[in-house]
Design a protein around this ligand. Structure first.
Ligand code: FES
Length: 105
């Protein structure tokens, strides 16, 4: 059954910061953009490179390996060499806790 999973206190990730999290069977990159939280899989759709460490500008992240860009909010691919979207996960804040929705259950 799909469920919300508590991952960390919201005040542990300031605006503009990112955090890697083990989440079920995947590695998530949690991102705070101006106080709003987003979660993407830490895996580029081009060559499975880590997105962690990529430059973040507004709601876009650039893969540090070959420079593909993705929309953090939707996972939409924005530039080559990637052509497929990345996976995103719904995030909510409940009682100052960040929760990520596990869609696989
Ligand atoms: S692995 Fe990300 S652009 Fe190649």
């Amino acid at each position: 059954m799909a469920k919300w999973i508590d991952v960390l206190p919201a005040n542990e990730l300031s605006a503009g910061m990112t955090k890697l999290l083990a989440f079920e069977e995947v590695e998530l990159l949690l991102i705070n953009i101006a106080g709003e939280f987003f979660a993407i899989e830490n895996r580029c759709s081009h060559d499975d490179g880590e997105l962690n460490g990529g430059e973040i500008c507004a709601a876009e992240i650039t893969c540090p390996r070959h420079g593909a860009r993705f929309n953090i909010k939707t996972g939409t691919v924005l530039s080559a060499p990637a052509f497929d979207n990345i996976k995103t996960y719904p995030v909510r804040i409940v009682d100052n806790r960040v929760q990520v929705f596990d869609q696989e259950k």
